[in-house]
Every structure is written in C-alpha cells, then in structure tokens.
Ligand binder design. Structure first.
Ligand code: B12
Ligand code: SF4
Ligand code: SF4
Length: 406
C-alpha cells in the first residue's frame, strides 16, 4: 500500500475493512487478535492525555497541575516519594525526551508523542545494496542494542494500528498522520525500566523510571534512524506517536498481551517501554512464538486487584468500557483510562502499580524466578499460581529505602 494512504479515513469503508481482513486474518488468528466488523483505526485526539487538553470530561485543575509538575517541581507533599528531591529526579530523567518533544512546539509538533520525530539527517543519495535481508536484520538488531535497546523485533507495516489522525499541539486539532511513501517495515525496540525505581510506584521518584526510558528511547531511535538513512533508506524515528505500539510489539515477537494493558515480555515481564522505526530497508520479519504469558493472565487478577481506582478489567476480554479512549472493534482487555488518568492527576505523577505487582516483573537472575516462569508459562501454571498466592504480592519499596541505598 502506498503512503500516505496509511492514514485511514475517520470512518473506514467496508471495502477497506475487507482488504485488511484478507491481508491480516492469518496473522491475527495466530496471535489471537480478535477484530470485529465495526473496527475503526484510533484517532489520537481521543487518547486520554490528549483529551486532558480539549475534553472537559478529562480536563481539570488536577490534570493541569499534573502537566505543570513536569515543568516546575510542585510544593513538597506529605508522604514519601513526593519531596522536591523526588520530583527533581523525575523531571531530570525526562529532560532529553523533553528537548526533542519541545523543539517543534511552534509548529504544533510534539515530537515523539503527538508527531513522529523529524529527521535531522537526509537519506543518503546512494542506497547500499542489501543482498540478504536476514543478515541485514541481524545487523540492525545488533546496532539497535549497541545504541541502547534491550530487545528488538521486526514486523510488516499494518495500517490498522496507525492513528487515523495525529494531533496538532498548537491548537489541539486533528492533523494528517503521514509517513514517507513505500515504508514496509517497523523495527520495534523495548527499553528495560529500572527495577528498583519501579518498585517504588506510586511516587514521583518512581516516575524517574519512565522518564529515564523516554530519554533513552529518544536517543536510541534517533541514532538508529540516522544510521538507516545513512544506508540510503527511509527511516522515521517514533516513540508514542504515529501508531499503537502494543499490537506492533506483539507482531514483532517481543511478547504477549497482558490484562494490565501491557506487552509482557519473557525477559522483563511488563517492565519495558517501546520505541519504533518505520523504514523501507529490506528486512526479514520475525515470527512470534507462543510464550504462554497471556494464558497465565486468564487465571490471574493481581494487577486489577491492586489498581487504586479499579480501572482494570477482572473478567474475560470484551469490547471495553465504552468511552472514546478505547479503540473500536477489538475484543481485548481494556482499561477504564479515565479512571486511571484521574488517579495520576490527583497524584501529580504517573502510576504503574499494575506493572510493579505483575508476577512476570522480575529480574530473572535467581533460579527461583526462572523456575517460576518455567512453571507459569507451561503445564505447571496451576503450581505457579499457587506459589504466587502463597507468597503474596511483593511489598512496595519505600522511597526512603531507595534513597538510603545510594
Ligand atoms: C495514551 C497512553 C496511555 C493512557 C491510556 C490509554 C488511552 N486509552 O488513552 C494512560 C495515561 C492512562 C496510560 C497509562 C499507562 N501507560 Co500508556 N500509553 C499510552 C500511549 C501513548 C497511546 C496508547 C493509545 O493511543 N491508546 C488509546 C486506545 C487504543 O486504547 P485502548 O483501546 O485501551 O488500547 C490499549 C491496549 O488495549 C492496547 N491495544 C490497542 N489496540 C490493541 C489491539 C490489540 C490486538 C491488542 C492485543 C492490544 C491493543 O494498546 C492500548 C494502550 O493504551 C501508548 C504508546 C502507543 N503509541 O501505543 C502508551 C503505552 C501503551 N503505555 C505504556 C505504559 C507503560 C503505561 C503505564 C504503566 C504508565 C507508566 N508509568 O509507564 C500505564 C498503564 C495503564 C494501564 N494499565 O492501562 C507503555 C506500555 C509498555 C508495555 N510494556 O506494553 C506504552 C506502549 C508507552 C511506551 N513508551 O512504551 N497510557
Ligand atoms: S498481574 Fe497477572 S493478570 Fe495482570 S498482567 Fe500480570 S500476570 Fe497478567
Ligand atoms: S497505572 Fe495505576 S491507576 Fe492506571 S491502571 Fe495501572 S494501577 Fe491502575
């Protein structure tokens, strides 16, 4: 399909839906993706962050205070993990990502979030010849890791997961979500979040684990995209912008979908963030293998039980909570993200309790953890569930203990 025809209409035609069905039925079935007849690509105007700027249902003094707290550290609050020092560390961790996302503000571009990252280097005039896409994929994965990625997978473009429109942040109106013509592949990179910082969620201190990885994402995907452009091919560096990364990461074989709305990786569980690169470099796609992670979620509700505003579903996958921030026509576990973001806004920092408490969130350097994963993802699942229920959820690391470890 030629670009920018990847930017679907707001209301896609039955003909287009049929084309997608034929094109993706087999891989959807293999991955357990359930797409229904009323599927619509998601408009980024409707994600809960963007709604916090234009939708009175989400916009509030608390939400404004949440965003302001990333620019100027708020007053100290009672409760560990919310001191000026905690906010200062969180905001410092974000700074490289902020430098990129703020540089196009006057043009309504919030790069890495509501627009793709603009290229700083041209595509070289001469394309290097790629004789063996499999070898090229191995090289790209090594180079992505050299630049800082923890895991790398490659998959084909799937326009269903591209935003129907992106957001012009100068006035919060929809804008065309364009990519260069002829882009064929997505390189998806996972970035491990710091274990100890994540253990302190919820706190402003813990938010440094997200900020640090957004800064790493920015550096890594900008560097890898520049390398690919140097080879003579298109490469668009992307963080949260342009497309939904969860279906892409699953298609690229990096993990499986969890009840907590995250990709669970074998290596780190949900404790990763993702960035991606859209390219026309000839590459070989990865073939995802069943990992047994989603199967475990069907018998576990630890994340949903631990969520303070009760934003996560406890039942089987369904069509979602019925607010505009859920994609239409995908049967899956969906959060009530108005409740989730409402909690963040009051906290003045992000939350990831549902990541921290997930039993797959481990460092896997101890044999007991590897044994548990072996049981949890195979025939020993019941034993693994019993082990977890006997052991209970790991206690939160107190922010004061995080600081005293330094
Ligand atoms: C907006 C956003 C949010 C919003 C909520 C989403 C919304 N509905 O508005 C808020 C602020 C609440 C949020 C919270 C969190 N987020 Co968030 N979020 C995003 C973001 C930027 C856009 C997603 C979006 O547009 N959703 C709108 C619609 C599509 O939502 P939905 O229908 O509910 O679908 C969700 C899932 O079901 C899944 N999904 C969508 N389509 C499909 C299709 C199939 C087949 C499947 C299986 C899944 C799937 O992806 C969506 C994620 O929101 C993505 C990055 C990206 N571009 O994908 C990160 C992202 C999903 N978030 C991430 C994380 C880690 C979090 C938090 C833990 C916060 C934190 N501190 O890190 C919490 C977890 C909350 C939770 N349990 O849901 C990571 C997930 C990493 C992972 N391991 O998978 C991402 C990928 C960002 C990143 N850089 O890595 N997030
Ligand atoms: S806590 Fe349990 S249900 Fe939630 S994502 Fe992790 S394994 Fe799945
Ligand atoms: S991020 Fe926090 S509030 Fe949101 S779903 Fe996870 S536990 Fe609940």
């Amino acid at each position: 399909m030629a670009w920018p025809s990847n930017a679907p209409d707001f209301d896609i035609s039955d003909a287009k839906r049929d084309v997608w069905k034929d094109q993706f039925a087999e891989s959807d079935q293999a991955l357990g993706f359930e797409i229904t007849e009323d599927f619509q690509p998601f408009n980024q105007m409707n994600d809960v962050f963007t709604r916090a700027f234009w939708d009175p249902l989400v916009k509030s003094d608390h939400a404004d205070g949440f965003f302001a707290s990333y620019r100027e550290a708020p007053q100290a609050r009672r409760g560990q993990g919310f001191s000026p020092k905690d906010f200062a560390l969180r905001n410092a961790a974000w700074i490289i990502s902020d430098l990129i996302s703020n540089r196009g503000a006057e043009m309504g571009l919030r790069e890495g979030f509501q627009s793709a990252i603009q290229a700083d280097t041209p595509v070289a005039d001469t394309k290097i010849e790629i004789e063996d896409p499999a070898q090229e994929s191995r090289e790209i994965k090594r180079i992505a890791k050299l630049f800082g990625a923890s895991l790398v997978g490659i998959t084909a473009i799937d326009p269903r997961w591209h935003y129907a429109a992106r957001v012009d942040t100068s006035d919060f109106t929809p804008a065309e979500n364009k990519l260069p013509d002829g882009v064929t592949h997505v390189i998806v990179m996972a970035h491990e979040m710091d274990f100890d910082l994540v253990e302190t969620y919820p706190s402003a201190l813990a938010g440094a684990s997200s900020g640090r990885e957004y800064s790493h994402e920015a550096a890594t995907c900008i560097q890898l995209a520049a390398y690919i452009r140097g080879l003579g091919y298109e490469a668009v560096a992307s963080m949260n912008d342009t497309a939904l990364v969860i279906p892409y990461a699953i298609k690229a074989g990096l993990g499986e979908y969890g009840r907590n709305q995250m990709v669970l990786t074998r290596e780190y569980g949900p404790r990763v963030r993702f960035s991606k690169i859209f390219t026309n470099l000839p590459l070989m796609n990865d073939t995802p293998e069943p990992l047994g992670l989603t199967t475990y979620c069907h018998s576990c509700t630890v994340c949903a039980d631990a969520c303070p505003p009760k934003a996560l579903p406890k039942g089987p996958p369904d069509m979602g909570p019925g607010n505009p921030s859920t994609i239409k026509g995908v049967k899956k576990w969906s959060a009530d993200c108005e409740k989730c973001f409402g909690y963040w806004a009051k906290l003045k920092t992000d939350c990831a309790i549902c990541m921290r408490v997930c039993p797959f969130n481990r460092e896997y350097d101890r044999w007991q953890d590897r044994l548990w994963r072996y049981l949890a993802t195979g025939r020993g699942r019941k034993l693994a569930l019993a082990w977890m229920s006997r052991q209970g959820v790991r206690a939160r690391l107190k922010p004061i203990d995080w600081w005293s470890k330094l």
